[in-house]
Structure formats: structure tokens, C-alpha cells
Design a protein around this ligand. Structure first.
Ligand SMILES: [Zn+2]
Length: 453
């Protein structure tokens, strides 16, 4: 066992012996960040009845059967939401799952990723491909700990596209391991998209994920590749609509984004060539932008998965084409969700998550970062609709009467300092971490997961 594993084991023991405080709760004297406002509501009390925030007011008096927590002027805020994670894409890169791992490696790493996310204050994540609903079921049963999970099941993409992680010599028509595990689905033609989309909903997906353009870390696809036809995208949108859900696409180029949005795709993942025109179409269509900002970090070239000559070349042209992104987002203000997109493990991903939080504040200011991490995250989760939303009776990402009690009690004001929810301006050189000290309480569904008060 390495030192980090021992530390982690110790930490998990402290959390599991934990604080299974349940039932009605009154949190006294907190300043509330409600997920939307750029100021805190000062010195209020928050009453939680079962799994719901039932009252927010000054001087609510408790009774004997209500557990009272003294907030001591700390900040109460919604639990964090990451709209683009891959709990089950683990290891040294996308192709590593095909060549070096069995289902056991993948499943166990997924469990550790889920626990890690909750320990960092994320009470909801949207898994944008790889995880089917088994992980979510285990969490919801209480078998393992983790956030709410909105799974996409198999990523749908074309041969030679961004979700083709088969070995180079794999012949067409032969299913790869990740296809057999329903982590990816290779499609050719609209009919195959219909079949893959239906199968994903059968397996518990709450939305669909398509690989529309290519990427940087993958082997076969130029990032500019517009890899799915209009008919293929339309087939996915049709099935998603039939389930009253929606489609999110991995999309980089302007042409690809416009194609997807016009067909009815609701979330553009990455969307690095976002500009004024795309902003207008998004507003008209009620669509969201979900971008991983590490793509704009000079440190990106240090990611192991891009350290081969082909990816390094792709990275260079990509970064040049994406140069207008930050300015365009500031100017045209799309509704934007938080996206870490970490492919790694429960040891390496905390560094990427806390760096991504830092970059959100650095580029767009603390308030916009927090809105992305909370209320917009909740809006995107709710796009799944009443039929396939795993948590249909929730209102996530906000603090208001009637909202779900997914909450953090934070020592400090995140509007002034994102460091209190973990933001770290170091990425690879950041210290190893297993949580955020200043997040003193983590509550999901009215149940306390961590309490260091
Ligand atoms: Zn991704």
C-alpha cells in the first residue's frame, strides 16, 4: 500500500464512521449563497424537513426532535454539480481501458471516483459517457457513497471517431471490450443510432451522448472531423425526445455545433469555437455550453494522454483555433455548465477538479463560476425530463424553499474566495488531496455525509 492509499483509507474510515444524521434539521445562523444571486442572504436559519429545504427565515426556533446545527456565520450553499464527468473512464487514457484493464479494474476505479467526487462537495454529477446505471443504483441503495449520477451509458460515435478506442488492428464489425461493456457504441447510419440510443435508455441512461467531432487525446480522429451525419444526429434526438430527454454532443468546431443545435441537441460539450452566432442559436433553442476550461491552460501539454507526436500536433492547431473562446463567452454569456472531463483515477482527478474550479473564477469571475457549479448544473440535470431522470422529484443546485437538501456548509465566502470550495491555481504540482478542509458539512438528500464542525 502506498502512502497515498493509506491516507485515503484513513480518510474514508473517518467519513464512513460518520455522521449518519438523518431526520429534520435546523441550520442556525448562516449566510446563504442561493445558487444564483451575487450576494449572500445574511444571518438566516434554514430548516430541512426530510430531503427538502422547507423554510428559510430569520430566527426559526427548533424543537426537541429537530437536530440543530450551529452555522456560526459560515456560508450555506448548494452542493456542487459537475455536468461533465467520466466516473468509469479510468486509467492512463482512453485506449488504456481497452488494452490494460478488465471490468473489475474499471468497476473498482469507478467506485473510488464516485466517493472522491462526494468528498469534494459534489452532490450531483452528469456522467457524459462510460457509466451505465449500475454505479448510480449502488450509490442510491447506500451500498457505496457517491453523488447523484446522471449516466449517459455508451457514448455513441462512428468508427475512427473520438469514442473508437479499439486497438489499431481491430477489424471492423468486431466489438471491442468497451463496446461489450456498453461504455461506447460504434454506429454507421441512422438505424444503428436508433438501436444504440434505445439500448442506452434501456440500460438506465438519463440522456444521450454523441461524439460529433474528433478530439485531441484519441488516436484516429482529427479534432476538426465532423464525424456524424445529420441523419445520425437526428436519429439520436428523435429517440431522446421520445423519452422526453435530450442529447449532448462532444463538439469542437463551429460548423459542427451549428449542425447539432439546429437538429435539437441541448448541450454542447467543450464547444471551443463558441462565438456570437452560436450564442444566438443557443439562446433561441434553450441550449447550454459545457466547457472544460483546462483546454485553455498552458499546462495542458503536460497531460500524459497528449504526450505523443500526433496529439501534440493536434493540440497546437486546436489551441490556435480556440483562441477567441474566453472573450466570446464573456461577451455573449451563454448558459454555461461546469465540466472537468477527467479521465484518470481518484488520486489524479482531484487536482484537475480543483484546478478547473480555479480556472472558472479566473476567466469568468467567482460569481459566474459558482452559478455554473450550482444553479445551471441543476437546470442541465433537469433537462433529463420526468421519464428517465433518476431523481425526478428533485430541485437541484439552488437554495430555496422546496429545493432538495443537497448542501455544503463552507467556512468562508466563496463569492470572495473560491479557495474555500477547493479552487487551486496549481494543477499537476498541487499537493495530493482527499477533500476540502473548509467544506465543513456535505449533505446529500438531507443526509449528512461529512461533518467536521
Ligand atoms: Zn468527456
Amino acid at each position: 500500500m502506498t502512502r497515498s492509499m493509506v491516507l485515503r483509507a484513513l480518510c474514508l474510515i473517518t467519513l464512513t464512521v460518520s455522521f449518519a444524521v438523518q431526520g429534520d434539521m435546523l441550520i442556525k445562523n448562516v449566510h446563504v449563497f442561493d445558487g444564483r444571486s451575487d450576494t449572500l442572504s445574511e444571518n438566516v436559519d434554514v430548516l430541512i424537513t426530510g430531503t427538502t429545504i422547507s423554510r428559510i427565515a430569520k430566527d426559526i426556533s427548533g424543537t426537541e426532535d429537530i437536530v440543530t446545527i450551529q452555522g456560526k456565520g459560515m456560508t450555506l450553499m448548494p452542493g456542487l454539480i459537475d455536468n461533465h464527468v467520466h466516473l468509469s473512464l479510468t486509467g492512463a487514457g482512453l485506449h488504456d481501458m481497452e488494452t490494460n484493464q478488465t471490468w473489475e479494474d474499471i468497476a473498482i476505479a469507478s467506485v473510488a471516483m464516485a466517493e472522491m467526487y462526494l468528498n469534494f462537495g459534489f452532490t450531483t454529477v452528469r456522467d457524459m459517457g462510460g457509466a451505465n446505471a449500475g454505479l448510480q443504483r449502488a450509490i442510491d441503495k447506500g451500498l457505496i457513497s457517491g453523488p447523484r449520477v446522471y449516466p449517459s451509458a455508451a457514448i455513441i460515435g462512428a468508427r475512427g471517431g473520438h469514442s473508437d478506442w479499439a486497438v489499431f488492428s481491430s477489424p471492423p464489425g468486431q466489438k471491442s471490450q468497451v463496446e461489450r461493456l456498453n461504455m461506447t457504441a460504434e454506429v454507421a447510419g441512422a438505424d444503428q443510432v436508433l438501436a444504440a440510443a434505445r439500448n442506452n435508455f434501456r440500460m438506465g441512461a438519463s440522456q444521450l451522448k454523441l461524439m460529433q467531432t474528433g478530439g485531441v487525446a484519441s488516436h484516429f480522429d482529427p479534432w476538426q472531423l465532423n464525424g456524424l451525419t445529420k441523419a445520425e444526429i437526428a436519429a439520436a434526438v428523435q429517440i431522446a425526445n421520445d423519452y422526453q430527454s435530450y442529447v449532448g454532443v462532444h463538439s469542437y468546431s463551429k460548423e459542427a455545433m451549428l449542425r447539432a443545435l439546429r437538429i435539437g441537441v441541448k448541450t454542447i460539450e467543450h464547444g471551443f469555437m463558441f462565438d456570437k452566432e452560436i450564442g444566438q442559436v443557443m439562446r433561441k433553442k434553450g441550449a447550454y455550453l459545457v466547457t472544460n476550461l483546462t483546454a485553455f491552460s498552458p499546462l495542458l501539454a503536460n497531460v500524459a494522454a497528449v504526450q505523443n507526436p500526433k496529439s501534440a500536433r493536434k493540440l497546437k492547431t486546436a489551441q490556435a483555433s480556440f483562441a477567441g473562446y474566453i472573450e466570446n463567452v464573456i461577451k455573449h454569456q451563454p448558459k454555461r455548465g461546469f465540466n472537468t472531463d477527467c479521465v484518470g483515477d481518484a488520486f489524479s482527478c482531484p487536482r484537475q477538479i480543483t484546478y478547473e474550479i480555479y480556472l472558472n473564477g479566473h476567466f469568468f469571475g467567482n460569481h459566474r463560476a459558482l452559478v455554473a457549479l450550482t444553479s445551471i448544473g441543476g437546470e442541465i440535470a433537469a433537462l433529463s425530463g420526468p421519464l428517465v431522470n433518476p431523481y425526478p422529484d428533485t430541485k437541484l443546485g439552488v437554495i430555496e424553499e422546496g429545493a432538495t437538501a443537497d448542501l455544503l456548509l463552507v467556512d468562508g465566502n466563496p463569492l470572495e474566495d473560491l479557495g474555500v470550495i477547493g479552487a487551486d491555481e496549481k494543477w499537476f504540482t498541487a499537493p495530493e488531496k482527499d477533500g476540502v478542509e473548509t467544506i465543513r458539512i456535505i449533505m446529500k438528500d438531507g443526509v449528512i455525509h461529512k461533518n467536521s464542525l
